[in-house]
Design a protein around this ligand. Structure first.
Ligand code: DX5
Ligand code: ZN
Length: 225
């Protein structure tokens, strides 16, 4: 079986008890903490910054943290999140004036670099920098809010991304995770995995459930189908 990873989005967690929520979801079997950063500028919502990432590290969270930057500009936040303990830092190419430079900056700071493509953004627009990435994240909703419905045409984009990534990996030592974000549930995760995703962000489908372990187990049994 493929190395599938489940990345709960803390956007759907109870922020009043965030440290415990993250501990609980990791104890329930999650692999990665997906950390949504919104600035009320690039997206019309406002969330959390590097201080909260650092606080989670200080609280004893050691799992990989996948920082999804929905901010503009991007570069100022890179060093701050690297210092705060981020593992992956991903950003939207529309939000950086010099995409290649931002990717290099993330790597220089010792983090894994990823790009995030909105539903309408073609994969072709970042084709030349793909080999430098550790992660390609495809949005399956418009960024800014949790709890939206999965946009079906994203499945075609996943298939296209999977083909390109396989080709790059076959011809180099690159290893690129293909992550999907938005509207992922136990009901559609099998189809999403079949289209090529290997890393699954899920907010409401995990934190919105009474029992996180059951929610994650249901996803994993679909992935094992
Ligand atoms: C949306 C965020 C997502 C969001 C996913 O801008 O990037 O990570 O929290 O939430 P669900 O899984 O509820 O669609
Ligand atoms: Zn996200």
């Amino acid at each position: 079986m493929k190395d599938f990873k489940i990345a709960p989005s803390i956007l759907a967690a109870d922020f009043a008890r965030l440290g415990d929520e993250v501990k609980d979801v990791l104890d329930a079997g999650a692999d990665i903490v997906h950390f949504d950063v919104m600035d009320n500028h690039y997206v019309p919502n406002l969330t959390i910054g590097p201080m909260v990432c650092k606080a989670l590290r200080n609280y004893g969270i050691t799992a990989p943290v996948d920082v999804h930057l929905m901010v503009e500009p991007v570069d100022d936040m890179i060093g701050m999140f690297a210092d705060a303990g981020a593992d992956y830092i991903t950003f939207h190419p529309e939000a950086s004036r010099h995409v290649d430079r931002s990717i290099q900056l993330i790597k220089q700071k010792g983090c894994k670099a990823g790009l995030v493509l909105n539903p309408a953004t073609p994969i072709d627009s970042v084709r030349h920098v793909l080999p430098q990435l550790d992660m390609l994240l495809l949005m399956s909703v418009n960024p800014g809010f949790g709890g939206q419905k999965f946009i079906p045409y994203t499945l075609d984009k996943l298939r296209e991304a999977r083909r390109l990534i396989d080709e790059i990996e076959a011809n180099s030592d690159a290893s690129i995770r293909l992550e999907i974000d938005g509207g992922v549930t136990a009901d559609n995760i099998y189809e999403i995995a079949s289209a090529g995703a290997d890393t699954f962000v899920a907010g409401s489908a995990i934190f919105g459930k009474e029992d996180y372990r059951t929610a994650i187990d249901n996803m994993r049994s679909e992935l094992a189908r």
